[in-house]
Design a protein. Structure first.
Length: 127
């Protein structure tokens, strides 16, 4: 039997798919306070089978205030759940479900606020 093609890197896919909504990456930059709004995506779990990667992902948007972070987080949520989401050369998210809705979270920097959503994304293999 031939080896299967790899699943897309869900973090890389989301960094590219969300780049027009805010600065986006997998880690916060050292100068976060001057880079907001900034969205951090992190795979926190999930499972895969031969057909689908079911990735559990935290998407956290930091801004100067919660009121500034909220509309960015909401726009991201709407993009994700409106699927399918295609990123040329990277992969396809067939479906996204909100596992834990948007909520405010504290950051290490007390001058910033963040809004976090947790999503389950169904990705297919690259072919």
């Amino acid at each position: 039997m031939a080896d299967l093609a790899p699943f897309p890197d869900v973090e890389d896919l989301l960094v590219q798919a969300l780049a027009d909504l805010s600065q986006t990456g997998t880690v916060y930059p050292p100068d976060l306070d001057s880079s907001v709004p900034f969205t951090r995506v992190r795979r926190v779990g999930g499972t895969d089978d031969r057909r689908t990667d079911s990735a559990l992902v935290d998407v956290e948007t930091a801004a100067a205030t919660r009121a500034a972070a909220w509309p960015v987080a909401r726009a991201i949520q709407q993009r994700l759940i409106s699927g399918p989401l295609h990123v040329a050369g990277v992969g396809v998210v067939d479906r996204t479900v909100t596992e834990v809705g948007l909520r405010g979270v504290l950051l290490d920097n007390p001058d910033l606020r963040a809004v976090l959503g947790t999503y389950r994304l169904s990705l297919r293999r690259l072919t």
